[in-house]
Write a protein that binds this ligand. Structure first.
Ligand SMILES: Cc1ncc(COP(=O)(O)O)c(C=O)c1O
Length: 427
């Protein structure tokens, strides 16, 4: 979907060992296989150091005239610039910090709900996390008409189906960039083109996509985008991006003394500054990774932070495709039913997040056995009840999800496969 530039022939293999050495949680005894990354990623030491440093040396309110307070303002400003580069925002003021993605989606729906009028149709999808559905459904009370973009039998959303749902009454399309449950990627640039042609706006949930591939709000052509820091190697926090001119118009709650301008008008109250410092450090981690890859492979220095981030995310995407291929092999060897894209020739359509079931075995029993073997995966409805219904799964039992990131290895997938096959054989 998104053109991931700077793909260079790789001389050296992906530096898995070096990367893993940077994440303290991956090096503890006894060892543990983190395959529940879609629920939150581990953090590198540099992120911990940034959070720690902030709390120990700079734990004061921003906006004061004394040095420590000035430093808090500077930390937030730097983190805003870093995140702007991470997502290719035109202006750091388009980036707002806060609690999490859910509360930003709520903020957006409250604001957009005040402007519905006759353009009152909101398109939501069956594939999305409930955070990007429930808050839009609430707008029915304000006169919104909800239009469902449904999945086909192949468990994918097809953009051709969206086209016929859009009318001169469509106010908004709310959809995910990548499914946190199935791992499938949505062609959001085409979604945006179609929506804009109908005069509608697009809100993207980029939470699951963010640690796996390059975010580019300009290439996505979206209007708003939300993310969770804790899915992209930072602590628990969230951020939102919006087109500057739209943010100026958005009717948000703010105290009178807060200027009606972004980002302040989106950031009511105090947010968790130490976690924002951690978010800045998470971007620095990715930037350093991109720089070191460029130096090792082509002995070149990259011109900008964005170039370094492109390099890092391109390498991550390629490496994760090898993990996906292996994971599909392993799941097939255990005769698992994989939901979503299961063709190894279509890896460009997915990230390494796998929902599956094993015939005659309860998801909870599999995750329990995996836990006994030091492997963390998840069972349940994945906060996606509409998706579970589409898959024909009971909400109480749901599915099994294994979700992988670039700090995971082929060896871990082998170990996961060994335990999975043992469970199947011994039933
Ligand atoms: C795709 C997706 N969207 C939204 C959310 C909610 O994010 P947050 O916890 O930041 O509110 C999640 C959380 O898992 C998610 O995976």
């Amino acid at each position: 979907m998104v053109n991931q530039q700077l793909v260079a022939p790789r001389a050296a293999a992906f530096p898995s060992d070096r990367i893993r050495s940077l994440f303290p949680a991956l090096n503890q005894e006894p060892g543990f296989i983190f395959f529940d990354n879609a629920a939150g990623a581990q953090i590198p030491q540099v992120v911990f150091d940034a959070v720690n440093g902030h709390l120990l040396h700079c734990n004061v309110q921003r906006g004061g005239r004394y040095a420590k307070s000035v430093e808090v303002d500077a930390t937030i400003a730097r983190a805003r610039e870093s995140v702007a580069d991470l997502i290719n925002a035109r202006d750091p003021n388009e980036v707002a910090f806060g609690m999490n993605a859910t509360s930003f989606l709520r903020l957006l729906s409250l604001a957009i709900g005040r402007t519905l009028g006759t353009r009152n149709e909101i398109v939501v999808t069956e594939l999305d996390h409930e955070a990007n559905i429930a808050t839009w459904l609430q707008l029915e009370r304000e006169g919104a008409k909800i239009i469902w973009w449904k999945m086909r039998e192949d468990n994918n959303l097809h953009v051709e189906d969206l086209a016929s749902l859009l009318t001169s009454k469509t106010r908004l399309v709310a959809c995910t960039v990548a499914s946190h449950a199935l791992g499938s990627i949505v062609d959001v640039a085409t979604v945006a083109k179609l929506a804009h042609a109908a005069g509608a706006e697009v809100v993207l949930d980029c939470v699951h996509y963010s640690p796996h591939a390059l975010i580019d709000v300009q290439a996505f052509e979206c209007d708003y985008l939300v993310c969770s820091g804790y899915k992209v190697f930072a602590p628990h926090m969230g951020f939102m991006w919006g087109r500057l001119e739209l943010l100026y118009k958005l009717q948000t709650f703010r105290e009178e003394f807060i200027p009606d301008a972004p980002p302040g008008k989106i950031e009511a109250g105090t947010f968790i500054y130490e976690n924002v410092a951690g978010m800045g450090a998470a971007v620095a981690y990715l930037e350093t990774l991109g720089n070191s890859l460029a130096l090792e492979e082509a002995n070149t220095e990259l011109a900008s932070r964005r170039d370094s981030l492109i390099r890092a995310m391109t390498a991550i995407r390629e490496y994760e495709a090898t993990l996906s291929r292996k994971m599909l092999e392993v799941l097939r060897s255990a005769e698992a039913i994989v939901y979503g894209v299961d063709d190894p020739n279509r890896l460009s359509e997915r990230v390494p997040t796998f929902c599956f079931n094993l015939p005659n075995l309860l998801p909870a029993s599999i995750t329990k056995t995996m836990s006994d073997h030091g492997i963390g995966i998840r069972d349940g409805h994945m906060y996606a009840p509409r998706l579970m219904k589409h898959l024909g799964r009971d909400l109480d039992t749901g599915v099994i999800r294994a979700s992988i990131l670039h700090y995971n290895t082929i060896e871990e997938i082998h170990e996961f496969g060994r335990v999975l096959r043992d469970v199947v054989r011994s039933q």
